[in-house]
Design a protein. Sequence first.
Length: 289
Amino acid sequence: MRALISAWDQFWFAPLDPRVPAALRIGYGLLGLWSYAALWPTLAWSLADGGLGLGVGKSGPDVVNLLANPLWSITTLGEVQAAFLVWMACFVALVLGVGGRLPMLGAWLGIVTLGERNPLLIDGSDGVLRVLGLWMLFLPLNAVWSLSRPDPNAATVEHTRWPLRMMQLQVCIIYVKTGLIKALYPSWQEGTAVFYAMASPKYWRFPMEEILANPAFQGFTVLATYATLVFELGFPLVFVPRLRRLWLTLGLGLHLGVFAFLSLGAFSEVILWSYLAFVVFPPSRRPSP
């Protein structure tokens, strides 16, 4: 029993390497700038009054809508533009590591509001940033690699690993749930799912008629279909130390392959960012006194 209690405490509450949340913070900020800055020219029709914005209006929300859409009262174009600039500033502050937890809260609230105001603007990558961003609110984000505390040799932060574990478990849930759903479809059972996904021209990064007509490549897509199922359903093996690097490397290859051939929004980039939660950095070396 003591061994189980010790293992439980070690899993959830062992000292946390502050470089991990710092890397997640910087990546979150960069992804936010890269993913959302391009929305600026569309604000008039996508989020403001008179456009496609589907959020709660000035009349006031009920409790449920207020929780789902915290910025419900910001609806005119000027208000939306001002809120958008503050949102972008939060992402910049995350990259620089300034402002404490407020930039993380602002960045996360912006993503929540965006999805509730106009669901047509979001996809799976936004959902991942939204869910994992919630747990990042509880991490020591600015302990290192920040303008507020730039000491690269800061000591480990005690008793704060549990939010990181929640992020890791959430990534596992994403993969396993996706794998289970895919396994129910005949195209995944027959090994044709990857081929059919790549055969849709609207997702192509470049013309692929000749590639798809190659019998060898068709055989590769069958292998890739079954390998994807095995990888996603087996992703919890990332918690086995000896298998962590292998499984993360397989995921890296999978998502870089998807990115190379298909344009599917920012999902590949976001899910690869989430791998930072599993990274084990080498021990830092303090300078000699």
